[in-house]
Ligand binder design. Structure first.
Ligand SMILES: Cc1cc2nc3c(=O)[nH]c(=O)nc-3n(C[C@H](O)[C@H](O)[C@H](O)COP(=O)(O)OP(=O)(O)OC[C@H]3O[C@@H](n4cnc5c(N)ncnc54)[C@H](O)[C@@H]3O)c2cc1C
Length: 528
């Protein structure tokens, strides 16, 4: 590699890939005052809707970034879901209140991926750190000087940092070097960085081909609700798009292209190349009685269930699809990528400021890889049950499900198990291992929210700092002492036994809202 000094730039963190995961990581780092460069090989932001559901936990993170209102303005609440079989829809299930009382953001927010990316990219623009489009990762030397990574990128813009509209076909490609303490590889499921570093991507690829597109003027189905339809050999997902402020006649449609093209080919980006929209249009009409006028775009893909063997390779970290890919079941893909970016960025800040030792960065893999493994395992099993051509799953789908499903769906969310399930789907029940000798239900989890009981203990965490929280007057003195000793902010609240924060509770809460230490001055049960 040869580069003149003028072609070398330095920064704290280089983020490779400006999908939702990379954009989130860059936003959190910038908010915390870390120097960032973010590049993407594409010429501009994603136009396709792709992922459409934003879960409660992601909206809590958006709130920390001051973006919750913008997410709200551009999206809409999924007020109900209608399951069904073939052309027959079951009674609708209200879902707007799922998780109410557990989070400031109950329910599932419908905001397409392109809008999520636009919101995050616009914030980067306003912070003076725009995405450098047309700039692709080429190679890196992670052991360049023992402390930093030297990355070669290839840009077609006039100079590193130029706006996309500066691009001209006549501008030749040129290579630049970016030296950074850390690299975050957020470069998607086909991650060139992961391949370059030869990190295995363990798992399997589902045999079937799926299609996804945006349809206008859907008919034959209630297009104002989220729709989930099963059949013996098919399934259909439909999400209404647009916001209350900007209503839209568009729906996001996804389905399975079973047996249409047994030998369908997949290109380098995992897109399937020889299934057409006409095939999908015909199947939707024939199986579900669903028609539409026009479409915005059409894409096909194979579902992969894979997790990277390592989430960290030296000073290079993998987040989002570069670290794990799974089926769209439960709309977890984009959400878990957002949380990877948030988790890692907070840790990198703590290490760069000297608040934490370098080894703290190992906790990123320790915390997020098990989450990814569980996610891949669960979505794989559910996906298999929905799509398997085997006799038992087909029997369940065609005979049992139409009878029991409406009752199950109406009652389960109200039960304790159902509430837990909601917690998992909305990603507010994630638990990380904490390096402490004791255990407690609040330890290692995102801080339980007290908003339904008269005060909001999440609000101070918008500062994204380490904090000591105390609950009830008896906890105040000890919490003040701990906060002074550790040089942290202290926030005091009334006791809230309803969410397991009774009189005497003292917590150390991380910038990402997870509880790192717990004690109760009355019971003196302490974690280190
Ligand atoms: C057609 C389709 C439909 C989907 N539907 C759903 C859904 O309904 N629900 C759901 O949860 N998920 C869905 N997904 C998955 C979801 O889109 C991903 O989980 C999400 O995009 C992951 O975000 P990411 O930022 O990790 O990766 P990506 O969004 O893939 O972003 C990676 C970025 O890296 C860039 N890049 C790649 N190579 C380089 C390089 N060499 N140099 C620089 N930059 C590079 C790419 O241009 C891209 O912008 C869908 C995906 C597809 C393709």
């Amino acid at each position: 590699m040869s580069a003149s000094p003028a072609q070398v730039e330095s920064t704290d963190v280089l983020v490779i890939g400006a999908g939702p995961s990379g954009l989130m990581a860059a936003n959190v780092l910038l908010k915390l005052g870390v120097r960032v460069i973010i590049i993407d090989a594409k010429s501009g932001p994603t136009r396709e809707s792709r992922a459409v559901g934003v879960h409660s936990r992601s909206r809590e993170i958006y709130r920390q970034l001051g973006l919750a209102e913008e997410v709200e303005r551009r999206g809409r609440l999924a007020d109900s879901i209608q399951f069904g079989f073939g052309r027959h829809g079951f009674p609708t299930i209200p879902v707007a209140a799922l998780g109410r009382g557990q989070t400031p953001f109950p329910g599932i927010w419908i905001l397409e991926q392109s809008e999520n990316e636009a919101i995050l990219a616009e914030r980067l623009d306003s912070l003076g750190c725009p995405v450098r489009w047309n700039t692709a990762f080429v190679s890196l030397d992670s052991e360049y000087d023992g402390a930093s990574v030297r990355t070669v990128v290839r840009s077609r813009t006039a100079a590193v940092g130029s706006a996309p509209d500066a691009l001209s076909e006549s501008v030749p490609e040129s290579d630049f070097v970016i030296e950074s303490r850390y690299v975050i590889a957020a470069d998607g499921g086909s991650s060139p960085v992961r391949k370059f570093l030869q990190v295995p991507f363990e798992g399997a690829t589902n045999e079937h081909v799926y299609y996804v597109f945006e349809a206008n003027d859907l008919a034959g189905i209630d297009d104002s609700r989220v729709q989930v339809r099963l059949e013996k050999d098919d399934f259909l997902l439909a999400f209404p798009l647009g916001s209350l402020a900007r209503p839209s006649a568009r729906n996001r449609i996804a389905g399975i292209a079973r047996d249409w093209q047994p030998a369908a080919k997949t290109d380098a980006n995992m897109q399937v190349t020889d299934i057409t929209e006409d095939d999908a249009r015909e199947a939707l009409d024939r199986v579900f009685g669903v028609t539409y006028s026009t479409s915005e775009w059409f894409s096909t893909y194979r579902v992969h269930h894979r997790v990277a063997k390592e989430f960290r390779k030296g000073n290079v970290f993998f987040i989002g699809d570069a670290a794990h890919v799974h089926s769209p079941v439960g709309a977890q893909g984009m959400n878990s990528g957002l949380q990877d970016g948030h988790n890692l960025a907070c840790k990198i800040h703590d290490v760069l400021t000297g608040a934490m030792p370098e080894s703290y960065l190992d906790d990123y893999e320790r915390e997020r890889r098990p989450v990814a493994q569980r996610l891949v395992g669960v979505t794989d099993r559910v996906f298999e049950a929905i799509t398997s051509p085997d006799r038992l799953p087909v029997l369940l789908r065609t005979k049992l499900l139409p009878v029991v499903w409406p009752g199950v769906l109406a009652t389960v969310p109200l039960t304790p198990i159902g509430k837990r399930l909601v917690g998992y789907v909305s990603q507010i029940r994630i638990k990380y291992p904490m390096p402490t000798k004791t255990s407690h239900p609040v330890l290692g989890r995102r801080l339980r929210w007290t908003g339904a009981h008269g005060f909001d203990n999440h609000e101070p965490l918008n500062a994204m700092t380490w904090q000591v929280h105390s609950y009830g007057d008896s906890a105040r003195e000890e919490a003040t002492r701990i906060a002074q000793e550790r040089n942290m902010e202290h926030h005091h609240f009334p006791a809230c036994p309803q969410v397991n924060l009774p009189e005497g509770t003292v917590l150390v809460v991380r910038p990402d809202m997870f509880v790192a230490a717990y004690m109760n001055v009355r019971g003196h049960k302490t974690s280190d």
